[in-house]
Design a protein around this ligand. Structure first.
Ligand code: HEC
Length: 203
């Protein structure tokens, strides 16, 4: 059976898995390209990022280069930036948010994360209506609305930096879905702003 012998030997040679003398099993179907060895599951960002790390991400977001970024309007140190009207971020006592809710920290946090996520225009249009229990009262502040130049995280330079952070997190095993970029960015940069005001020079 000379004719048969040669092809079997050749198949065994290619299949390395053939046992001596056994018939060559049918070649396994080639693995589809997508099923590389499974990547380890990414951890969700809300569980995987420590408080210290979120402040570091917040600093990176705050210091994003380009125009219409936090540091562009508010200044690299949180004060004396390009826009004179931009709040001094090192002095929470002077913020509208602090006054509008009588200094209630949970209410301030909720309002400012909304403001940083959505900007002043949207805040003015929606925040109080959408959050009747927010305890927000403009009459306790010096103003009647936020300056609509307060853009928050959604401007292109900042969103670009957030996308880079998303990639970096993925490399370190952390999942930040695209849909969470604004929420993550606002929370992180707000934590950072709090860290510069609370650890800053006592006034
Ligand atoms: C294009 C300019 C601009 C950008 C970009 C901007 N802000 Fe503002 N921001 C302002 C102005 C102007 C105000 C003052 C609004 C007012 O009091 O009416 C303000 C107000 C604030 C306040 C204080 C709100 C209060 O209650 O008084 C915080 C906190 C704040 N910004 C954080 C940020 C952060 C964090 C970023 C970056 C993600 C950012 N801002 C980006 C212009 C800007």
């Amino acid at each position: 059976m000379f004719k048969l012998h040669v092809p079997i030997a050749a198949t065994c040679f290619l299949l390395a898995a053939c046992g001596g003398g056994e018939e060559a099993p049918p070649a396994p179907a080639p693995a589809p390209v997508a099923s590389k060895p499974d990547a380890p599951a990414l951890k969700p960002w809300k569980e995987a990022i420590s408080d210290a790390d979120i402040v570091k991400h917040g600093e990176r977001i705050f210091l994003t280069k380009g125009s219409n970024t936090c540091n562009d309007c508010h200044g690299k140190d949180g004060k004396k930036g390009r826009l004179e009207q931009a709040a001094d971020l090192t002095n929470p006592a002077a913020w509208d948010a602090t006054k509008a809710v009588d200094g209630d920290r949970a209410k301030i946090d909720k309002a400012l994360i909304y403001l940083i996520s959505n900007g002043g225009k949207r805040f003015n249009e929606s925040y109080v209506q959408d959050n009747p229990d927010a305890g927000w009262d403009w009459s306790k502040t010096d103003g009647t609305s936020y300056d609509i130049q307060m853009f928050g995280v959604t401007q292109s330079s900042t969103m670009g930096e957030l996308k880079k952070i998303r990639k970096d997190l993925k490399k370190s095993g952390i999942d930040l879905p695209k849909d969470d970029l604004v929420e993550f960015g606002a929370k992180a940069v707000y934590q950072y702003v709090r860290s510069i005001s609370e650890s800053g020079d006592p006034k």
